[in-house]
Design a protein around this ligand. Structure first.
Ligand SMILES: [Zn+2]
Ligand SMILES: [Zn+2]
Length: 497
């Protein structure tokens, strides 16, 4: 069957994919509680004729839809979780929550889930009509924003049968993501002291708040002596109490430790733990810690990236009406940054790259395909796609679904999630993933090359979730990773990405 005919399936059923994306936007649900969103996608998969498997890896909102038989087996990754406190009215150019303190799709995962579904549907069409051997599996992956659904699924062997996986992410530009991402661990530090009257008998108290303060101060000093690409951020979940006349007996902080490689994160984690222990020693308190989750870095795969990019070049980018351009202009105007495309390109590709952007400087929504510039550089974010990339070759594109300069995890992103610009970007992404998958079905040599590249890049590293890698290191040094004596404070939707 003609590849482009199969890809047209995305346009043929565009209304359905847009409706699904909008419905998920209207039901923003946090990590592992995406019951409505998962059901919307599962219903669509069944209607499209995929064989559904539910509750993957023991996760209530993880599922997959499969079509075809035999190898190659190509996975299409979909996400659908939202973020807390980002509720926002659609198309509104000022912060205006739809539901006070409600959730919102600040990362565009409503588009991500539906766009990947569009890709899977077109690939199914190709397999159906070509009668070629091969399987496509759409994976509904929950909790990307703060739970690492793919990490749990990877640990349980859910991705083992894949020959490769493809995915995408909503963005303000059109590009292929050739590089890596930052590996990270998210750790709770819990200090326990002794409560006492802060004026009458402070000598009897031991302040857990002092312990926490010294830990945070110690980590500030640590930051000068770590690799520049690493990031350590924290939030205080429990300050003890609101009463200054009490020596605080219990406090808790949540740390997110990131670096380009899992091994580097493990080492940094141990240094942060040393500081926490030191702070406890100084204050006569105790500290226990608990790793909530960890994401591996993405193992780049330039073979797959090139294949995706070739299709990005061949499939026409969305074009926009004057009305859509005006919409993008209004949305861009309320974003905190405004950088000319040429300046942005210059920053990444130098003078020559900058010149390519000049003709597009007047655009407020990107009608430009970034030049292919393979790099292994780790981008500043993290994603649980990294864990999948340890198991099989993975690559992903980004497609413009919002006005230029729209920041992810912002109300501005939520506001644009149901726009026709979002729909167009999502459908474009679906077509690119489908076309690339068809190339891989038709060209076994390409897939072999992608696998060899992944094997070479991994070297002797085998997959072990970063959480377990750190815990293993703790056991070796006799540290207290399993000294957890309480459940950590529940933090719905806290971001690890
Ligand atoms: Zn996100
Ligand atoms: Zn995201």
């Amino acid at each position: 069957m003609d590849k482009w005919k199969a890809v047209q399936e995305v346009d043929r059923q565009a209304d359905m994919f847009c409706r699904i994306s909008d419905e998920i936007w209207e039901h923003p649900e946090l990590r592992f509680e995406e019951y409505v969103s998962a059901q919307i996608l599962k219903t669509a998969l069944e209607e499209l004729g995929f064989e559904l498997s539910d509750h993957l890896a023991g996760l209530e909102t993880a599922f997959c839809g499969r079509y075809g038989s035999g190898h190659p087996v190509i996975g299409i990754l979909g996400e659908f979780d939202a973020l807390s406190n980002l509720s926002q009215k659609a198309d509104c150019t000022e912060p205006s929550p739809l539901v006070p303190s409600g959730n919102g799709h600040g990362c565009g995962h409503n588009n991500l889930g539906a766009g990947s579904l569009a890709a899977a549907a077109a690939i199914k069409k190709y397999l159906e009509e070509s009668k070629n051997p091969g399987t496509v599996i759409y994976f509904g992956c929950p909790g990307e924003e703060g739970g690492g659904g793919k990490t749990v699924m990877a640990r349980q062997g859910i991705f083992e049968e894949l020959d490769c996986a493809l995915t995408w992410h909503p963005n303000d530009i059109n590009n292929v993501w050739t590089g890596s991402s930052l590996a990270n661990v998210q750790v709770h530090y819990y200090f326990k002291g002794i409560a006492a009257h802060a004026a009458a008998c402070p000598h009897l108290g031991r302040s857990a708040l002092d312990g926490l303060t010294l830990m945070n101060t110690g980590v500030q000093f640590l930051r000068e002596h770590i690799i520049p690409e690493a990031r350590i951020h924290y939030s205080v979940l429990n300050t003890g109490s609101v009463s200054p006349n009490v020596v605080q007996a219990e406090t808790e902080a949540l740390y997110l430790i990131r670096a380009p490689k899992s091994e580097q994160v493990k080492e940094l984690y141990q240094r942060v733990c040393d500081i926490a222990e030191g702070a406890a020693l100084m204050t006569g308190t105790t500290v226990s810690y608990y790793i909530e989750k960890g994401y591996a870095e993405i193992v780049p795969n330039h073979t797959l990236a090139r294949c995706l990019y070739d299709n990005m070049e061949q499939i026409p980018l969305p074009t926009y009406t004057e009305e859509e351009k005006a919409y993008a202009r209004a949305m861009r105007a309320v974003n905190p940054r405004y950088v000319k495309l040429s300046e942005r390109l210059k920053g990444v590709l130098g003078e020559k790259g900058g010149a390519l952007g000049v003709p597009h400087d007047g655009e407020d929504v990107s009608e430009f395909l970034f030049p292919y510039t393979p790099s292994d550089r780790a981008l500043s974010g993290s994603s649980d796609v990294g864990d999948v990339s340890y198991i099989c070759p993975v690559s992903q594109i980004v497609a413009a679904t919002v006005a230029l300069d729209t920041a992810a995890h912002s109300w501005q992103q939520v506001a644009q999630g149901k726009s026709s610009i979002a729909h167009k970007g999502m459908l474009y992404a679906g077509k690119v993933l489908a076309a690339a998958a068809i190339d891989l079905f038709e060209n076994p040599e390409l897939l072999r090359k992608a696998k060899t590249e992944q094997k070479n890049r991994l070297g002797d590293r085998s997959y072990l979730p970063l959480k377990e890698l750190c815990e293993q290191a703790d056991k070796k040094t006799g540290k207290q990773a399993d000294k957890q004596d309480r459940e950590p404070v529940a933090i719905s939707g806290s971001g690890a990405s």
